[in-house]
Structure formats: structure tokens, C-alpha cells
Design a protein around this ligand. Structure first.
Ligand code: ZN
Length: 173
């Protein structure tokens, strides 16, 4: 396993639409292992392959390991939301590609997701609460969408300006 560099906004890579995976084999499993290690090291609770520059429809999540000692990684290949609740949930979201920025975002509070697991087996997950929010956030990455895209133009511009400044500083060191 290896820790990869996480790309941060503004960066064109994050705006790419990721490609479906034909078959979950050794290469994809290694990618998921690397993604998970990168996510835990960050630390974060979700990561999409495009955040480390790989345009494949692959995401990893672990929303409970922060509270509990035991790790509980979830792997999703070609995830597709097949049902969404009408009711929304508001959650203060952040993103490893939008460092140190947080904003309240509304998303459907429940969703059903169809996907292939780590072993190429088709699965269906009925997610609610934080898990539903995270899955939707990560699937957005596969479409080149970031949570700041849901904010007003003014707020989004302010965040991107701040991130550009931070980037300028860290690149000078
Ligand atoms: Zn994110």
C-alpha cells in the first residue's frame, strides 16, 4: 500500500468525469488499498479515485473508524444511486480536496446504491444519515462535482480564492 498525493481545488483534474471500471481485478484492488491508506493518513472519511488523479469510478469510505478503534472500510466500484428520498438532511461537509473549508449542504437523507464490491460482486446498499451524505458526496466527485458547487457563486469564489492563496504559500516553502 502507498500514500498518494491528494489533489486540491482549484485543479482541472478534479473536474474530470471518471470512467466506469469493466472488471474489479488486482489493479483496482491495489488502487482501493492505496486510496484507503491515503484516506486514513489524511485523515478523512471518504475518497474518490479522481482525488489522487485516477479517473476511475472507484470510491472508499469509512465513517465509523473515527469513533471506534476497529476499521470498517467500504469499497464501491461503479456506484450508482438508484433511489433517493424526497426528504433532505443538512450536514456540514468538508473535503480532502477542499482543505480546511466547511459548509452546510442539503442532500437526500436516504439513498439506495448499486455497485461492485472489492471482489467484483454486485451489491446493493440502503444508506441513510451520514453514510448517505458521504456516498452522494463521493459519487459527485466521479462527475467532477465538488460540494462547493452547491454554494452561492459568491461563497464559492471566496473559498477558491482562499485555496489558491494557501496553495501559493505552500508551494513556496
Ligand atoms: Zn470530497
Amino acid at each position: 500500500m502507498a500514500i498518494k498525493t491528494i489533489f486540491t481545488e482549484p485543479n482541472k483534474i478534479l473536474r474530470q468525469v471518471s470512467n466506469p471500471v469493466e472488471h474489479v481485478g488486482k489493479e483496482e484492488q491495489k488502487l482501493m488499498d492505496d486510496m484507503l491508506e491515503t484516506m486514513y493518513a489524511a485523515p478523512g472519511i471518504g475518497l474518490a479515485a479522481i482525488q489522487i488523479g485516477i479517473p476511475k469510478r472507484v470510491i472508499v469510505l469509512d465513517i465509523i473508524s473515527r469513533e471506534k478503534e476497529k476499521k470498517n472500510p467500504l469499497y464501491f466500484v461503479n456506484p450508482e444511486i438508484i433511489w433517493k428520498a424526497n426528504e433532505n438532511l443538512t450536514y456540514e461537509e468538508g473535503c480532502l480536496s477542499v482543505p480546511n473549508q466547511f459548509a452546510e449542504i442539503d442532500r437526500p437523507k436516504e439513498c439506495h446504491v448499486k455497485y461492485l464490491d472489492y471482489y467484483d460482486k454486485p451489491q446493493l446498499l440502503k444508506a441513510q444519515g451520514l453514510l448517505a451524505t458521504c456516498i452522494q458526496h463521493e459519487i459527485d466527485h466521479l462527475e467532477g462535482v465538488l460540494f462547493i458547487d452547491y454554494l452561492s457563486k459568491l461563497k464559492k469564489t471566496m473559498i477558491i480564492k482562499k485555496l489558491s492563496k494557501q496553495k501559493g504559500k505552500s508551494e513556496r516553502i
